[in-house]
Design a protein. Structure first.
Length: 475
């Protein structure tokens, strides 16, 4: 059903119609489009553009249509250009000419952006809930590994001994920042564009604040031209999705490495692995690899949106039809990836004895030597040099730092006294780092407790916002 055409002497060619058609992907907006139209009808009744009786009939028909959309009884067809024309077709099939009354005082320009904001609010909360579940899975595994000692890495080289619980918990911090970004997005973008019309505002909807309140928005946007052309909220959402993708990719990369024969730190459950069509012995960490791989499309979706937005003049341009598919793809990618990744983390079996076996390899206690000298009053640059001389001797002898004798230490620097020996163990190095963000047992325990507390608050907030949204959609 076309929503325009009166001034045209002929309709669009088949190629133009095919290019313009968006209903096959923007049909996802149907529930939100119906809800926005209900709020719009209330505004039309309030401003006496339509009678209360007609408004009631339109609202009843829209609610029936919402049920039919939900159960699949009503959907788009080949004649529909977009979700808005499909919904109006469904409404007109119930009400005849009266169905066209909802078009008064609004444009597809302000309608679609309002729909899209509601879609994003709904789905950002769903993504946030999945992130919270992943944080819970990671924190649980971190708690189980509070006493597991492992080599810490920088540049993929052994650096310093750490607790493996500390290593795992780092991912929860990044994911909770993603949840924070979703909260920030909601606060910044919960303003309604409905009532902006095509670009200049509406003479038939003089009080858009009422519609905004009904739809659960904080208020209305301050400029009707900006309201119809702004897609900052889309770019921001795509950045959040891309950042989540990067965090999931890092988790996937580490699980892929840890599950190799060379590492052997983790066994991924069979249910979250796949095999080879030619090599019967293979057990592949495909979930971890897909977490790594799918980050590319999430970053690509952000990039495509930024390129589309660059240089658009004035108000609405048809280019903005390209805003939806990247968002739909990113949302659906995350909502299929996150449950699998949560399951992989929850069911993973870690092997502390394998991790700890190589913890002192690569002279990972060298910083302990330098710290010991610095605590004795030596300038750290000089202490660093002396520790480096110890490493050089170890490499010459083919041994590790803790295997040097007291005499060998003293030959390098007289300040390297036998008391150093107490510091030259993985546990000693770990427990010496007592600050709140460090890797000592008490520090990591407190970190995980704080992460659990923050995640509990996040879950409560997500639940509250989701319930409020569901209530608004049902009204």
């Amino acid at each position: 059903m076309a929503l325009w055409g009166g001034r045209f002497s002929q309709g669009p060619t088949e190629s133009v119609a095919a290019l313009s058609r968006s209903v096959h992907f923007d049909w996802r907006l149907a529930p939100y489009d119906i809800r926005v139209n209900i709020a719009h009808v209330h505004g039309l009744v309030s401003s006496a553009v339509i009678s209360a009786k007609d408004g009631s009939a339109i609202e009843q028909a829209l609610r029936e249509l919402a049920q039919e959309v939900a159960n699949g009884k009503f959907t788009y067809n080949e004649s529909d250009e977009d979700v808005h024309s499909a919904i109006e077709r469904g409404l007109s099939s119930k009400l005849g000419a009266l169905g066209g009354a909802i078009r008064a005082g609004r444009s597809r320009n302000d309608l679609v952006v309002t729909d899209f904001k509601l879609y994003l609010i709904d789905h950002l909360l769903e993504v946030a809930s999945a992130l919270s579940a992943l944080v819970e899975a990671i924190n649980t595994q971190a708690s189980r590994n509070l006493s597991s000692v492992a080599p810490g890495f920088t540049h993929l080289q052994h650096a310093q001994p750490i607790l493996f619980g500390h290593e795992l918990a780092k991912h929860s911090h990044g994911l909770l920042r993603d949840v924070d970004r979703i909260s920030d997005w909601l606060e910044r973008n919960s303003f309604s564009p409905l009532g902006s019309g095509a670009l200049a505002g509406s003479a038939l909807q003089p009080h858009p604040e009422a519609s905004a309140e009904e739809l659960g928005f904080i208020g209305i946007l301050g400029n009707s031209i900006d309201a119809t052309s702004d897609r900052d909220f889309v770019a921001e959402a795509l950045f959040i999705f891309a950042m989540i993708g990067i965090h999931l990719s890092r988790i996937g990369e580490e699980f892929t490495l840890w599950s190799t024969s060379e590492f052997g730190w983790v066994t991924i459950a069979d249910a979250y692995s796949t095999g080879s069509s030619i090599m019967p012995q293979k057990k592949n960490p495909d979930i971890a690899e897909l977490a790594r791989g799918k980050s590319g499309r999430l970053v690509g979706n952000l990039t495509s949106m930024l390129v589309t937005l660059k240089g658009l003049p004035f108000a609405y341009n048809r280019d903005l039809q390209e805003d939806k598919e990247p968002v739909f793809d990113s949302v659906e990618t995350l909502l299929v990836l996150l449950p699998a990744l949560i399951g992989m983390v929850e069911t993973a079996t870690f092997h502390p004895e394998v991790m700890s076996a190589g913890v002192l390899d690569g002279h990972s206690l060298a910083t302990e030597v330098a710290d010991f000298l610095a605590k004795g009053g030596m300038p750290f640059a000089q202490a660093h040099e002396a520790a480096g001389e110890c490493v050089k001797l170890c490499e010459k002898l083919g041994i590790e730092l803790h295997e040097l004798s007291d005499e060998q230490f003293a030959s390098i620097n007289v300040a390297l006294v036998p008391a150093l020996r107490e510091k030259l163990s993985a546990q000693g190095a770990i427990e010496s780092r007592q600050s709140s963000l460090a890797t000592s047992s008490q520090s990591v325990l407190e970190q995980i407790e704080l992460l659990n507390s923050e995640n509990s608050l996040a879950k409560s907030w997500i639940s509250s916002e989701a319930s409020r949204f569901v209530e608004m959609m049902g009204k």
